[in-house]
Design a protein around this ligand. Sequence first.
Ligand code: GLN
Length: 246
Amino acid sequence: MEIKICHLYPDVLNLYGDRGNIICLERRLNWRGIGCSVTELPLGEKAALSDFDLFFIGGGQDFEQELLLADLASGKADDIRAAAADGKTFLCICGGYQLMGAYYQTAEGHKCDFLGAVDLYTVGARERMIGNLSFKLGEESGGYEVIGFENHSGRTFLGSGVSPLGTVTSGFGNNGADKTEGVRWNNVFGTYSHGPVLPKNPALCDEILRCALERRYGRAELTPLADGFEQDAHRAALEMINRKKQ
Ligand code: GLN
């Protein structure tokens, strides 16, 4: 068994060590004896996206997101939309998450017409949403609490046809108003959690791997790992966030 990962726009969308999520995905596959290949797809390069099982898109500054528009229009937008509709697994962080929606209008009023792969949109504002973030995953994703770090101008609003990835327990989340955080649609996982988010949230990493394995092989046997350090890191970060709430 193996999972083929495509890292979209690693040259442009690469804030806050988000590429650490790929290392976590790769290690938690390899530790279980499952193969993993990672292909980087920078701006301007093309590949047959149908060859891949799992896509990762990291975060980026407003001007970096605007750099993507011409490349998306070159055909990549259609291929990414098709992969998401075909049940391929995505992990999209912040700017990469916003990219999956209809548009992102920056605080300066620049409107980036994005993929429209998932029913959501984002509107930027001058006041940024920055700080530690925690949220409870929806039951379909395991119901665990996730901890991360957010820094975004964009306020994201979900359409009626999509579920949030979770419910905010600390921080802002999608928009600081409706207590939603991220999105879970088909096998697309979107979140504002930087960090990288996966190393200290092993349950979320395994849920994403489960989706990719089931989509490709029809089954996923994720044997338990000796990940005591990761679990301790998760607990410590959660305790820190909860102490700050008191
Ligand atoms: N530029 C987008 C925003 O400010 C995304 C930021 C990010 O990826 N951290 O909302």
